[in-house]
Design a protein around this ligand. Structure first.
Ligand SMILES: Nc1ncnc2c1ncn2[C@@H]1O[C@H](COP(=O)(O)OP(=O)(O)OP(=O)(O)O)[C@@H](O)[C@H]1O
Ligand SMILES: [Mg+2]
Length: 456
């Protein structure tokens, strides 16, 4: 499963993120280390704590993007949170322990999904039998008949055979979709929960879930008979059978193990909870409070979730922040110590921009090409045009604010504004963006500091 080597992980990340090799290597090693730890003899295994990472770097250079792509690769419960969203325990807002509760929910749905997948063939089989029972209400199982009428007569055996054959015939019809237009009556669970909205200090999520759970035990689901088309009935029954087959206890146990052993929490905007220089009053106090609340979770503690206690000792934390106002040294020392690895992401250059525009799987140029293709418009960019866009992006980043690769989005939008607006009426044409076109549409704006500040 998660046996990608660091080199393979970096190669995967390379498909989406240009440059930033230090950071990529660091997260790749961290990911691999989770796997290594699980191969280590048990007595030592518990001793090996994950080495948490801080990714630092200016805005728009790929920090969040690395985390997002890593999540896909990790195949382990992965949660991304923003540090600035949390408040100190006791204050209105989300407390930091909620991240572990959320991670556990992610683990649960991950395991559930896998289990459903595994149970699917069995559930489908059972659902099919149930549909056939409904379609052919006079089911005549041999045994039953034999017990009723003894001794088995030739006549009776024939009757049973006919029933069997009919059933098999219907099964074929069902599988070939020949019964799709038929309606059948099935019993379905209806949730009889009264619709209420619940507001709680912790936001809707947790409270909401707990209360729903509680209420559904007060109001056991009623069943209701409904007439539905065969395919819908089949879907409902597969769902029902899957739920019946699913071993909830096992799900929780597996999920808990996976969260504790392989879970990753990505804490974005960590710099936002660092106190800015000197001023140690006002909001800083509560920021420090959040940092203090974070400590035990990162260090390893037990967090209560609705699925039981989750130990956080081996959960990997990757933090990121621009750290342009505050520095990692503005974090309380204990937090600093818990993130021993630091990766610095570098500011992006013109060359990076050229590559970002064209190389990643989801490159901006490809995105716009596909978008306009839906209007039957073929869009091409000459290499020089791409180069020109990169030059302008760099220039605006230098003169106005450096917003990294996000600048390419504003440049691209501005450049293609006319075309985007008119595309439906232009149908069928091919447009090649030339460097002149880029200059013509953008250089005025880039030259004027005021304009570029507002428009780009
Ligand atoms: N090195 C890169 N390679 C490819 N695309 C990038 C790179 N850096 C940034 N981008 C693109 O720029 C956008 C912003 O990047 P991202 O969200 O990773 O910024 P960030 O570093 O997290 O910034 P912030 O500090 O503001 O959160 C994304 O759409 C991303 O695809
Ligand atoms: Mg970010």
């Amino acid at each position: 499963m998660d046996t990608l080597t660091p080199r393979q992980i970096v190669a995967e990340l390379d498909k989406y993120i240009i440059g930033q090799n230090t950071a990529k290597r660091m997260v790749a090693i961290a990911l691999r280390n989770r796997w290594r730890r699980r191969q280590v003899p048990e007595d030592l295994r518990d001793e090996i704590a994950p080495k948490n990472i801080i990714m630092m770097g200016p805005t728009g250079v790929g920090k969040t993007e690395i985390a997002r792509r890593l999540a896909k690769l990790a195949e382990s419960p992965f949660l991304k949170v923003e540090a600035s969203k949390f408040t100190e325990v006791g204050y209105v807002g989300r407390d930091v322990e909620s991240m572990i509760r959320d991670l556990m929910e992610i683990g649960i749905s991950m395991v559930k999904e896998e289990q459903y997948e595994a149970l699917r063939p069995k559930a489908e089989e059972l659902a099919e039998e149930r549909i056939l029972d409904i379609l052919l209400p006079v089911r005549q199982p041999r045994k039953f008949r034999r017990n009723q009428i003894t001794p088995s007569s030739k006549e009776n055996d024939d009757e049973v055979d006919v029933a069997q054959r009919t059933r098999e015939k219907f099964r074929r019809l069902l599988r070939n979709g020949k019964l799709d237009d038929r309606e059948v009556e099935i019993e379905t669970q209806v949730s009889s929960l009264p619709v209420v909205e619940i507001f709680s200090p912790g936001g809707m999520e947790e409270m909401d879930i707990n209360i729903k759970d509680m209420m559904s035990s007060f109001f056991p689901g009623k069943t209701k008979r409904r007439r539905v088309k065969v395919p819908d009935a089949l879907r409902t029954l597969v769902q029902e059978e899957s739920n019946r087959l699913l071993d909830n206890e096992k799900v929780v146990k597996t999920a808990k193990g996976r969260v504790e052993q392989t879970g990753i929490v990505f804490v974005d905007e960590l710099d936002k909870i660092a106190s800015s220089h000197g001023s140690s009053h006002g909001p800083d106090i509560s920021r420090e409070g959040v940092q203090r609340d974070l400590l035990p979770i990162i260090e390893g503690s037990n967090v209560n979730t609705k699925h039981g206690v989750v130990k956080t000792d081996h959960i990997l934390f990757i933090a990121a922040g621009a750290f342009h106002v505050s520095k990692p040294s503005d974090l309380i020392p204990e937090i600093q110590g818990r993130f021993p690895l630091r990766a610095e992401l570098s500011a992006l250059t013109r060359n990076d921009f050229v590559r970002i525009l064209t190389e990643p799987k989801n490159a901006l140029v490809k995105q716009y090409q596909e978008l306009l293709k839906t209007e039957d418009l073929t869009l091409e960019f000459t290499n020089e045009a791409i180069e020109e866009m990169a030059i302008l992006a760099e220039e605006v980043n230098e003169r106005a604010e450096n917003i990294g690769a996000r600048r390419l989005h504003t440049i691209m939008e501005k450049l293609l504004e006319e075309i985007s607006f008119n595309a439906p009426e232009m149908g069928g044409v091919a447009i090649t963006v030339s460097p002149e076109m880029v200059r013509e549409r953008l250089s005025e704006i880039v030259k004027s500091d005021d304009l570029s500040r507002y428009i780009l």
